[in-house]
Design a protein around this ligand. Structure first.
Ligand SMILES: NCCC[C@H](NC(=O)CCC(=O)O)C(=O)O
Ligand SMILES: NC(=O)OP(=O)(O)O
Length: 314
């Protein structure tokens, strides 16, 4: 594996899930494999889980990791090729990425979307500029359109809770929020769930259709109650509008997921990538109940990252 930026194929996903589960039971199995290798973790946006779990994953493999909070601690980057740099940007991505590429064996990058430039965001422009100029393997820590390490951890978590159902009913349900939120987690969750062969239903209010590149093959509905019926896994997530790009069409509070809505699905497990806005997206009652898999998902981020780093250095 060279880069890890998206779902590849079902066999690769199955191999990564199996490796992540193996690392979960024996995190130090390849403790010396990465000796002498260096990973750069580049953040253009905030993070708790991704930052720490990826560093732990690297440490478990003997890889040294160095974090650069580029948004706060480095020069303002110019992303456009050929730009006349006479405004606020100080350093071109061409120079910065090439320097980082010479310092590290692998780079991992978080670059959220602008939510204003649909063309650039949809093309994953910033991630691609890093890949183009760094010339070393790149891992996505959440790009404009995907969050593959999150989705891999989510697939590991589903696998651990399958209860002998080879094709569970998985529901991705939109939740209210007060800010314009990226599509990456929802896109990737759809991409990986469909890629792994799960029965995926996506429920959202009118106007919140996701990019069809990620949702083709899913059942899509505006009826949340109908979607939740007989669900095995319910993934709760807000996203801003995609077609009316980056807009909050309405903060539709009735879409909050509550215990009452899951009355008829006693077995349903609830997932969220975190951070979660309690009692806006999801009720305390659910988050603090045995239905909630959110802590298991967050913990599995370590082993998902470890499986990916292991494959890159092997
Ligand atoms: N990496 C996990 C989620 C990151 C981001 N959430 C956020 O920006 C939440 C911000 C807030 O709640 O104010 C998202 O949903 O894509
Ligand atoms: N789920 C997730 O990616 O969390 P962070 O944004 O805190 O890294």
């Amino acid at each position: 594996m060279k880069h890890f930026t998206q779902f590849d194929d079902k066999n690769m996903a199955a191999a990564l899930i199996e490796q992540a589960l193996a690392f979960k039971s024996n995190p130090r199995k390849y403790a010396d494999l990465g000796r002498g290798k260096r990973l750069g973790l580049i953040f253009l946006n905030p993070s708790l889980r991704t930052r720490v779990s990826t560093q732990i994953a690297a440490s478990n493999l003997g890889i040294e990791s160095i974090v650069l909070n580029m948004d706060k601690e480095s020069w303002a980057l110019e992303m456009q090729d050929g730009a006349l740099m006479n405004k606020h940007t100080v350093e071109h991505i061409k120079d910065a990425a090439a320097v980082l590429g010479s310092y590290f064996d692998m780079l991992a990058i978080r670059a959220f979307p602008s939510l204003t430039n649909k063309t650039e965001d949809s093309d994953d422009f910033i991630l691609k500029q890093f890949i183009k100029y760094a010339n070393i393997p790149v891992v996505s820590l959440e790009s404009a359109i995907r969050h593959p390490l999150q989705s891999l951890a989510d697939m590991v978590t589903i696998q651990e809770n399958l209860r002998n159902k080879p094709r569970p009913k998985v529901v991705l349900t939109w939740a209210p929020h007060i800010k314009a939120i990226p599509h990456a987690v929802a896109n990737s969750f759809a991409e990986w769930s469909l890629g792994c062969g799960y029965d995926l239903t996506i429920a959202h209010p009118e106007g919140y259709d996701l990019d069809e590149r990620f949702t083709a093959g899913a059942t899509i509905t505006h009826d949340q109650d109908e979607a939740l019926r007989d669900a095995d896994f319910v993934y709760v997530k807000n996203w801003s509008a995609f077609h009316e790009y980056g807009k909050i069409i309405h903060v539709d509070q009735p879409w909050i997921l509550t215990e009452k809505k899951l009355e008829k699905s006693p077995e349903a497990k609830v997932m969220h990538c975190l951070p979660v806005r309690r009692n806006l997206e999801l009720s305390d009652e659910i988050l603090d109940s045995p239905r909630s898999l959110v802590q298991q998902q967050a913990h599995n981020r370590i082993y998902a990252a470890q499986a990916v780093l292991h494959r890159i250095i092997s």
